[in-house]
Design a protein around this ligand. Structure first.
Ligand code: ATP
Ligand code: MG
Length: 268
């Protein structure tokens, strides 16, 4: 999927938000946001701290209900479906702050995710370890994400980059159609960021993932990997365009590489 700008996404979006607003009390975190993601796309959501990027991912993945508006996935309104059922339908995500259980090994972490997909979550770890089908899938997912040699490593002792990959692997373990990643490379060195992105894009191709959406602050990565950039600013969509157009606009770049707005936006 990497920089395959010739990819011609179909007209019907895999998922879309339609006039979505999200208020936290009097505070407007998202304001009338409409955007869609189509087959074959790698879309980056960018914007300064506090722009509403994580809120948008949370709304799209069912963790938050929009205050106003609609979210559609594969043509269906998914309001109230919730993240677990949405993951079953094929939408999965990785989190801004790595969401791993530090005491579990890579194998155990992925086993939990695979078991949830295979609906074997009620089984204790002992029986998961003896479940050959499940363990084969754990090995496959770990291998695709470059963690094949780390299966018996305890998560807390992984490097930051490996923790990020484990979080991404957990999302892949759900066999997603669409994957959303909230800052998949935050907190890792520049060299490791590129390595993570390469693994991610290769893994997505191998796993048949049909679209990737990432929130990303690193503009080098955004430019290199995205087919399209959605720029949020103070909860509204400032731009939705290909990277060439985005990076040709210095005012746009400075609006995106900004700082947290000092004033709160009040809902009417
Ligand atoms: N649960 C909440 N209650 C009240 N305000 C919130 C809540 N969650 C987020 N906010 C506020 O909403 C705004 C958008 O937050 P969000 O986390 O979506 O931003 P972001 O673009 O992901 O920022 P960052 O780049 O720092 O991760 C911020 O001002 C944040 O403080
Ligand atoms: Mg965020």
């Amino acid at each position: 999927m990497q920089a395959d700008r010739a990819a011609s996404p179909s007209a019907t979006p895999l998922f879309e938000t339609i006039n979505v607003s999200k208020h936290y009390g009097a505070y407007r975190a998202l304001n009338n946001v409409s955007f869609g993601v189509s087959d074959g796309e790698f879309v980056s959501i960018v914007g300064p701290n506090g722009a509403g990027k994580t809120t948008l991912v949370n709304v799209v993945t069912g963790l938050l209900r929009p205050t106003v508006g609609e979210v559609r996935f594969l043509g269906k309104d998914i309001a109230g479906v919730g993240p677990v059922e949405l993951a079953r339908l094929g939408m999965s995500r990785a989190f801004q702050l790595v969401n791993i259980f530090p005491a579990l090994s890579v194998r155990e972490t992925l086993a939990v995710a695979v078991a949830s997909r295979l609906r074997r979550i009620s089984n204790p770890f002992r029986s998961l370890r003896r479940d050959d089908v499940l363990q084969a899938d754990v090995g496959r997912v770990a291998g695709v994400l470059g963690l094949g040699a780390k299966l018996d490593t305890v998560a807390s002792t992984l490097s930051q980059g490996e923790k990020k990959l484990l979080d991404i692997a957990s999302a892949f373990a759900l066999n997603p159609t669409v994957i959303l990643l909230d800052e998949p490379t935050s907190g890792v060195s520049t060299g490791d960021k590129h390595a993570i992105m390469e693994v991610l894009v290769t893994a997505a191709k191998a796993a048949g993932v049909r679209a990737i959406v990432q929130v990303e602050h690193d503009m080098d990565l955004v430019e290199r990997y995205s087919h399209r950039i959605v720029a949020l600013h103070e909860g509204t969509v400032l731009a939705d365009m290909p990277p060439d157009a985005f990076f040709a606009d210095p005012a746009m770049i400075s609006a995106v590489v900004g700082t947290r707005p000092k004033t709160l936006r009040k809902a009417p």
